[in-house]
Design a protein around this ligand. Structure first.
Ligand code: MN
Ligand code: MN
Length: 277
């Protein structure tokens, strides 16, 4: 992917880092994610081909827009929404790297201004539907409550979930969230079908900590890397954008998890390329 300072071609696929972890409830670290994921993406230990046979190095309109620069005195969420709105206004497809999961709320605020009926596929160990956590309504445990209150999503489908509790089950019912819990197996995988654009929100703790230890919240009993790749390529619908969140380099072992994040980034780029060309 080419770095760019100005003049993105309309219709490009863009990568944007969001170095933000102010709303992490347990442990900071996801602000360090974008740089590490880029390093693993370009690591000589692998190559730039998608499993589907696409050489990502050959895509002409694939740009790295660098990281959002957060500044004192500028509202963080407004900055995220506005940065992403500017990219979507150019009909570009965006994959954001990093941040804790709270960033998905301001991201979806931007998508809601462009798309009327977006579907959201949310892969996570956690439903992130708390009304509030530790007094913070913008916690990384709350983004999908905030999103569903604003009603920009036609459907919110969650998979990988294995931490459901009473409050969040009530919230899921209240908002009509379709929750595929890990305990119920993966029979739903073949039936994952969407009508209209799909936004993919990928919290790396959807994976079992055995596959992705570099996250703040180790929650055993999760997905395999293979399952997540299969979801990316096999879901029926059109992926128009994605985020990869909650990578915490401070918790990683030998860059194992940033290699997983980079691999998933490659496969998401390939899927968006296929869906939009
Ligand atoms: Mn999450
Ligand atoms: Mn999570």
């Amino acid at each position: 992917m080419k770095p760019v300072k100005k003049n993105i071609q309309n219709g490009s696929i863009c990568i944007l880092g969001i170095p933000f972890d102010k709303n992490s409830s347990f442990q900071k670290g996801p602000s360090l994610a974008p740089e590490q994921i880029r390093k693993s993406y370009f690591s000589d230990s692998s190559n730039l081909w998608s499993e589907k046979g696409l050489d990502l190095g050959s895509i002409e309109y694939l740009y790295d827009l660098g990281d959002i620069e957060f500044k004192k005195g500028i509202d963080d969420f407004n900055l995220i929404t506005n940065s992403i709105k500017n990219i979507l206004d150019l009909d570009c497809h965006l994959i954001s790297l990093g941040g804790d999961h709270s960033v998905t709320f301001p991201i979806i605020e931007a998508y809601a201004q462009k798309y009327d009926h977006i579907n959201i596929l949310h892969l996570d160990a956690h439903p992130d539907l708390y009304d509030s956590l530790h007094g913070n309504i913008y916690s990384h445990a709350c983004p999908f409550a905030r999103i569903m209150e604003r009603k920009p999503a036609k459907r919110l489908v969650q998979a990988g979930i294995r931490t459901m509790n009473g409050h969040q089950r009530e919230q899921a019912q209240k908002f009509g969230v379709e929750v595929m819990e890990m305990k119920n197996g993966d029979g739903w995988l073949d039936e994952l079908e969407f009508d209209g654009p799909v936004y993919l929100s990928l919290d790396l703790d959807c994976l079992d900590p055995a596959f992705a230890p570099g996250v703040s919240h180790h929650e055993p009993g999760g997905m395999t890397t293979r399952q997540v790749i299969d979801i990316i390529h096999q879901l029926k619908g059109k992926i128009i954008g994605a985020d990869i969140v909650e990578y915490n380099p401070d918790r990683d072992l030998n860059s194992m998890t940033s290699m997983v994040a980079a691999k998933l980034l490659k496969e998401i780029i390939a899927r968006i390329y296929k869906d939009t060309i």
